[in-house]
Ligand binder design. Sequence first.
Ligand SMILES: NC(=O)C1=CN([C@@H]2O[C@H](COP(=O)(O)OP(=O)(O)OC[C@H]3O[C@@H](n4cnc5c(N)ncnc54)[C@H](OP(=O)(O)O)[C@@H]3O)[C@@H](O)[C@H]2O)C=CC1
Ligand SMILES: Cc1cn([C@H]2C[C@H](O)[C@@H](COP(=O)(O)OP(=O)(O)O[C@H]3O[C@@H](C)C(=O)[C@@H](O)[C@H]3O)O2)c(=O)[nH]c1=O
Length: 332
Amino acid sequence: MSYSSFELLDHSRPVLVFGRNGQVGRALQVCLKDLKVPAVFLGRADCDLTSESSIVKVLNRYQPQVIINAAAYTAVDKAENLGERDHAFAINARAPAVMASYIANVAHGILVHYSTDYVFADTKKDAYFETDPVGPVENLNIYGQSKLAGERAIEEVFNLAHNSGHTSYADKFARYFILRTSWVYGDGGNFIRTILRLAAERDQLKVVADQVGAPTSAQWLAEIGVQMAGSRVESGIYHAVPDGEASWHGLAVFAIETAASCGEGIEVRSENILPIPASDYPVPAKRPYNSRLSSAKLKKALSEMAFTGQYPHWQKQVEAYVKEYVSNSLKS
Ligand SMILES: NC(=O)C1=CN([C@@H]2O[C@H](COP(=O)(O)OP(=O)(O)OC[C@H]3O[C@@H](n4cnc5c(N)ncnc54)[C@H](OP(=O)(O)O)[C@@H]3O)[C@@H](O)[C@H]2O)C=CC1
Ligand SMILES: Cc1cn([C@H]2C[C@H](O)[C@@H](COP(=O)(O)OP(=O)(O)O[C@H]3O[C@@H](C)C(=O)[C@@H](O)[C@H]3O)O2)c(=O)[nH]c1=O
């Protein structure tokens, strides 16, 4: 990947990234810095995404041609609380709509937005394609509903802009990429860090074994987002997950065994990481059993843009992540 892949873009305008302190936001800081792409990173203190006027203000100030939205309300269980729904929808649905409305009217504009496996609710047993129906909405948790509303808002804004746009402008149309992903881990709170902490404190763990998905590296998601932003591929939804699948239990065992193999103080023995059904782990938000996403469309897009990186398998990336995490925690 190189900055020259941004050939259609005006290099004097910085890429605007929302969510600077999140897992993907932090990874984007590393990625864009490595590529020497001028970028501005905004956190909650710089722009509160529940305030439409704050978003409009920063858009007018920076006038970006590329927006990468890595900010989101991601507290899946908290979102189920009374009064939290509006908050989740403001950040996950209305804020991206405001970003889309701005970018859709910028020549060669690009919006990269991240979404989730939680827009699906077990209507299939195998991997979902981008063309598969989402929902049904009433079976999604509030977080999933709000992220789905965000996807739809972006699509609507762009459809409207394209349909009302002058055809002579068609080669300059702005594009959007909604990257649906799952089970993200990076620099921040996530399942792997939680489970490693619990494994150091307890001699027995119970972990859900009947929900299956693909653990996805925030660093890789940042690279894919930047790659898409600099590409000529078509607007749309793309499933961005590595190869392979795991249950939360499978992921816990793999992460704990990897940590133990590099000297991390692990209390729990592998045979005491007990697989349980989700019904034995009561939480406010219902999660899907099937979180498998097919990455065939993304792979095709990457091959068209001659992406040189090897397509990853989740185990290789989790292994590297756990090793780095353990080595940093042993140092500190
Ligand atoms: N985490 C996961 O497992 C998955 C994530 N995704 C999607 O990937 C994307 C990135 O997720 P991830 O990096 O893990 O998320 P994080 O929860 O790590 O980060 C989200 C960021 O959004 C910011 N944010 C939340 N509310 C506001 C607000 N009102 N105004 C401004 N900023 C706000 C947070 O700010 P602050 O730091 O101040 O709280 C935080 O830095 C999101 O779209 C998410 O839905 C998809 C599938 C799985
Ligand atoms: C900590 C823990 C969790 N679990 C289960 C609960 C749940 O079914 C599963 C994951 O729990 P968490 O709360 O860590 O993960 P959760 O917040 O559901 O993670 C989700 O976050 C959002 C943002 C997404 O978009 C999803 O792709 C997904 O990554 O693991 C156990 O079984 N045992 C445990 O000790």
